[in-house]
Design a binder for this molecule. Sequence first.
Ligand code: PLP
Length: 277
Amino acid sequence: MSEYDPVDPPVALTVAGSDSGGGAGVQADLTAMRAHGVFGASVVTATTAQNTRGVEDVNPLPADHVASQYAAVADDFDVAAVKTGMLATAEVVETVTELVADFNAPLVVDPVMVAATGDRLLSPAAEDAYEDLVAAATLVTPNVDEAAVLTGNPVETPADAEAAGRELVALGADAALVKGGHLSEGAVGEDVVVDTLVRAEGDSESGGPTVDRFETPRIDTDATHGSGCALSSAIAARLARGESVRGAVDVAVEEMTEAVRRGYDVGEGPGAVNPTV
Ligand code: PLP
């Protein structure tokens, strides 16, 4: 008989929606976490009936069931990082905000609002409820549309993205990564994606927050389904392994180019990113 020889990785938790098409949501999160050397547990907030063409149906789960899933995980595992994705309703946003209030490890908040296909994944009433969850975040990772909703200002240029990041930090987040994948124009042109990281951690010269910009090549494809989920989960996994926010973001942003370039050409729609590359 061979010796039992288990591995003992850090545990991260995703609190997010299920994508029956497999490309985004909990399915992408757990894949990304495992690819980054972390065991992933999951609290499902909603199930969606969707495929690569779009979302057919959304079924938010009751907030008390979200809470009981969270309690089951927290009761058993030493959770080293939490990532939140699609939270669907104001009740779930509020419940999750209460649940993570006692959590003493990194919290990555991906404020998922609308799918790339334009389908809503968050009820409009829940947008205001996000303020307290953002304030509790180690890192909040909005795309430009979500950053605009959270700050109340349009985000159309890299300068707007930096201003939005500063605003989210002023709201209480330790750091904000404003993802520029949806910005088509900017001082730096159309061939690059500019992601802006603002950290509350002081800049010794200016005395204000620290700003870093990450520029990566833009890949010419519509198959970016799951990119936000995979990115925020890769960052959460790296934080669970003890990396810094700056270090985790740097690696995860760099790898996302490859995850898009080597995406999965599955289904009749545009496919999905590949969180395992
Ligand atoms: N979560 C779920 C359950 C989804 O279905 C989607 C998109 O359809 C998202 C999150 C957001 O996906 P993305 O990573 O493309 O932002």
